[in-house]
Design a protein. Structure first.
Length: 116
């Protein structure tokens, strides 16, 4: 099993920044990918960004140029730096971990609210 714990959400004004963190623990060998999804009220969960073994990254078009995903392999932690936040970025953000198998794991979610 893999435990996934997120932190770093909160309330921020439009144009502001937040950094989300996600730490994976437990059976963390052979992690293929770590990433972030988000779900706004009344909408489906969508991929925000992910980083794959080897360092390749993918971003949703809506966040390209504003969000940056990075990973600390020694700490099994992935970060999402979010800049120039917009009200439409408001959502619950979930960390997602994929382990060889494949096996999928989700965090409990962290709320990000962008509002003046």
């Amino acid at each position: 099993q893999v435990q996934v714990v997120e932190s770093g959400g909160g309330l921020v004004q439009p144009g502001g920044s937040l950094r989300l963190s996600c730490a994976a623990s437990g059976s963390i060998f052979s992690i293929d990918a770590m990433g972030w999804y988000r779900q706004a009220p009344g909408k489906e969960r969508e991929l925000v960004a992910r980083i794959i073994r080897g360092g390749s990254t993918n971003y949703a078009d809506s966040v390209k140029g504003r969000f940056t995903i990075s990973r600390d392999n020694a700490k099994n932690t992935v970060y999402l730096q979010m800049n120039s936040l917009k009200p439409e970025d408001t959502a619950v953000y979930y960390c997602h971990v994929v382990r060889v198998g494949p096996h999928y794991y989700w965090g409990q979610g962290t709320q990000v609210t962008v509002s003046s």
